[in-house]
Write a protein that binds this ligand. Structure first.
Ligand SMILES: [Zn+2]
Length: 349
């Protein structure tokens, strides 16, 4: 029986939510990961220093007792953002400037959000982020074309590439994250970029393809697998898998674990997001093992992320053992990714 001991991992992208959901989901992140980047797209998106402080306190006070989990705080790039406000949020503990283009994901409203083309108006903010050493974490999906026509979801990441290239060439001193890569083309962009550019890969994008989510017409057939960016073609998924196991130091784990109550996942259109942290590492282990690279998993989950973020690698460890277990369908009314299925690796300590 295979077992694997790795440094406590780092989740470079998680949605911990707030209130009761926060209390339910937090242990699944905090008991496993030594640290995680807590995204700030709350009902009221985090955009001020005060909100950063309050949310940090909320997370810390919801932690299981004795936990030394370290949340990395983020602030959202919203219309009101200025270099001055950004600096205040940094002083309040924010290390990540998070960009979710307007109206492309949960709680990124069209009214306060910034679109990808509008990023050019926020160059002073990005320059300030670079000065402060903050990480610019982007969800790179273009929602509308130049004629303001909505772009189909499967094309959005590819069509964001020219805009991202512009940001990369204009900001050589800014650490730029390409969150949750899903296309072979975007992966090539990140590989070709300089060392200040890195990407996260989720567990669910190692497993899912568009056919697991929607029919050929784009109608959603499995809302539990629906997230943004939506899973793409087989060829794209293979590129994601090959890149994850390749040992490239600028591709590392970020779960994008994004819990929603079952009612929100069942409505039409469903809420976008997959609650994966309870099963994410088991899936990653299974994928790395299938490819014959289980020995590389530790860098992907525990090494490259902290390295890019400037964090120490955790001195604590966890052990994954080859032992089938059945993933719960849901936890407190929140559906879990791969719920009801058996997965091969279990975290035993
Ligand atoms: Zn996310």
């Amino acid at each position: 029986m295979e077992s694997l001991r790795i440094s406590r991992p780092f989740d470079a992208h998680v949605h911990l939510r707030e209130g009761d959901i926060l209390k339910t989901v937090l242990p699944y992140t905090a008991d496993v990961f030594f640290s995680a980047v807590a995204m700030g797209n709350l009902k009221e998106p985090i955009s001020t220093a005060e909100q950063v402080r309050v949310y940090r306190e909320q997370i810390l006070s919801a932690l299981p007792s004795g936990s030394n989990f370290m949340p990395i705080m983020s602030v959202m790039l919203q219309k009101n953002m200025t270099p001055e406000i950004l600096e205040q949020t940094f002083e309040a503990g924010a290390q990540v400037l998070k960009f979710i283009p307007a109206a492309t994901s949960t709680n990124s409203s069209a009214s306060n959000g910034v679109t990808i083309p509008e990023l050019r108006n926020y160059y002073p903010v990005l320059a300030k982020a670079a000065d402060l050493g903050m990480i610019f974490s982007g969800h790179w999906e273009l929602a509308r074309d130049a004629g303001n026509v909505e772009i189909p979801e499967l094309e959005r990441e590819r069509l964001a590439i020219p805009w991202l290239r512009g940001i990369i060439s204009d900001f050589s001193e800014l650490k730029i994250m390409v969150e949750h890569v899903t296309t072979a083309e975007m992966i090539e962009v990140v590989k070709a970029a300089p060392d200040n550019v890195a990407a996260t890969i989720t567990a669910h994008h190692l497993m899912l393809e568009a056919k697991d989510v929607m029919d050929p017409s784009g109608r959603i057939i499995n809302s539990l697998n629906y997230c943004k960016p939506v899973a793409k073609t087989h060829r794209d998924r293979m590129a994601v898998v090959e890149t994850a196991v390749s040992g490239h130091p600028r591709f590392f784990f970020g779960s994008d674990s994004a819990p929603h109550p079952i009612s929100a996942k069942r409505r039409i259109p469903p809420a976008a997001g997959i609650f994966s942290d309870p099963v994410a590492l088991s899936i990653v282990a299974q994928v790395f093992e299938e490819r014959g690279f289980l020995n590389r998993m530790k860098n992907f989950t525990s090494g490259f992320g902290p390295q890019f973020y400037g964090l120490p690698i955790s001195q604590e460890t966890i052990v994954l053992e080859e032992r089938y277990w059945r993933v719960p369908e849901s936890i407190d009314g929140i559906p879990v990714f791969m719920g009801g299925k058996a997965v091969k690796y279990q975290i035993v300590s």
